[in-house]
Ligand binder design. Structure first.
Ligand SMILES: C[S@@+](CC[C@H](N)C(=O)[O-])C[C@H]1O[C@@H](n2cnc3c(N)ncnc32)[C@H](O)[C@@H]1O
Length: 415
């Protein structure tokens, strides 16, 4: 059994743990932004191909403690690099260093690189080449205080890159975060899924892949582990074949998104085309505040603009309008919202049933399940009660007064 660590974003660790368990990983241990596990290379191949929330899968080579910077050189040189970096292959070192022994991470990488180069030169008389972009062998040097872990990144390029986002939109969600949010809702993959304000369509495409059990990296051409000595191509082919056979082509839940910006809608459609899900996802040009959703029930994820990248003049007022709209037309749905942690959802009138802390890039966010169940009896959460007390500006009530103008989506459905 080899030792691995799969990395993910804050808040998605439990989802990752479940995914790895389902793939057959052993000795799972949830860590901060990652899950350690043991398993065969087969599990590692599958984690790279099929995990929806892993960012990369690291294979541990060595771990040790240091008393001075030079120890990194001495210990790194003990690793049999000549067996790890084949002749003619390039390497790079990615660092995650926070230690009193190193003022800057570049220096730590340099010490480790010297050890690798010296070891290989001693072993076979040639100097391996460093290539920062797309190296064959991708090494990770992690140092926390005195603890050092050296690993190989089996994935290479981050696994959030699925290859379908030709149109990124203005403020896209990472594909990994989108896939993680969908799983946090507990969506069954069969009932309808709705994403108002869909932007580039990350949530829609990830929902489709989840529902059909399509491997997240179905379109990826290469992984770093394919450059490793001992890479078993035959096994990899079988794994790919097996994963493709497990795709559930007959599962066809309604997956609907809309956005009020037509260029964005066209871009999102392009993305679904690239992802191969164009026929299974409906995307419309609608304004959330003027549109009556077409479904009896659905899991809904709203990802409104943040005032960091998109301007929202009055955040609370804006979110209050979203709350009012959801209350009017979506209250029987399973509603979720992802927005910056600093947005006071309760002040905006929402009733939050549960909430997860997640990060969208550097922005700390809340992913909250909304409840409208007993709103009528809950004066503090009643929007008609709140609007007059909290908002002097009449605009604050616009969201409540506007009537949905568009007809049911059935009319618009692409058939
Ligand atoms: C944060 S982005 C969504 C990003 C999306 N999840 C993705 O992965 O690309 C917010 C989106 O909401 C859209 N939007 C803002 N106000 C809207 C409204 N009233 N109705 C529909 N869409 C709206 C914007 O055009 C933008 O594409």
């Amino acid at each position: 059994m080899d030792q691995y660590i799969a990395k993910t974003y804050t808040g998605l660790e439990q989802i990752l743990e479940k995914e790895l368990k389902d793939l057959g990983a052993n000795d799972l241990e949830v860590q901060k932004r990652g899950v350690a596990f043991s398993g065969t290379p087969r599990i590692m191949y599958r984690a790279n191909l099929e995990s929806r929330v892993a960012l990369k899968v690291l294979s541990e080579l060595a771990s040790f403690t240091i008393e001075e910077a030079q120890d990194v050189y001495t210990e790194s040189k003990k690793i049999e690099w000549e067996k790890i970096i084949p002749e003619g292959k390039t390497f790079a070192i990615d660092t995650d260093v926070f230690s009193p022994f190193f003022d800057n991470t570049m220096y730590a990488a340099l010490v480790c690189k010297d050890a690798i180069v010296d070891r290989i030169r001693d072993a076979r008389g040639e100097r391996p080449s460093v290539q920062k972009k797309d190296p064959d062998i991708d090494i990770t040097l992690y140092i926390r205080d005195k603890t050092v872990v050296i690993s190989l990144n089996s994935s290479g390029q981050s696994l959030h890159i699925r290859g379908y986002k030709k149109f990124p939109g203005i403020a896209p969600l990472s594909e990994v975060l989108a896939a993680g949010l969908i799983q946090l809702t507990g969506w069954d993959g069969e009932s309808p899924f709705l994403n108002p304000m869909c932007g580039s369509g990350s949530l829609l495409i990830e929902a489709h892949r989840y529902a059909r059990n399509i491997p997240s990296q179905i379109n990826r051409k290469s992984f770093s582990f394919q450059h490793w000595p001992g890479y078993d191509e035959e096994r990899w082919e079988l794994i790919m074949k097996g994963a493709k056979m497990r795709v559930n082509r007959t599962n066809n839940p309604e997956i609907i998104g809309f956005d009020y910006n037509d260029d964005t809608v066209q871009g999102a459609k392009k993305n679904t085309r690239t992802a191969g899900s164009f026929r299974s996802i409906q995307i419309y040009n609608h304004d959330f505040f003027k549109y009556e959703p077409p479904l009896e029930k659905a899991t809904v994820i709203v990802n409104p603009p943040y005032n960091v990248r998109l301007r929202v003049d009055d955040t609370i007022r804006f979110y209050n309008q979203i709350n009012n709209m959801l209350y009017r037309h979506y209250k029987n749905y399973d509603n979720w919202i992802i927005c910056p942690a600093e947005v006071n959802l309760r002040r905006a009138g929402f009733r939050v049933e549960k909430s997860y802390v997640v990060f969208n890039g550097p922005i700390q966010c809340q992913f909250a399940k909304l409840s409208f169940a007993s709103k009528r009896n809950n004066r503090s959460g009643d929007p008609s009660h709140r609007k007059n007390r909290n908002f002097k500006n009449k605009d604050a009530q616009r969201g409540q007064k506007s009537r949905p103008t568009s007809s049911r989506a059935n009319k618009n459905r692409r058939r």
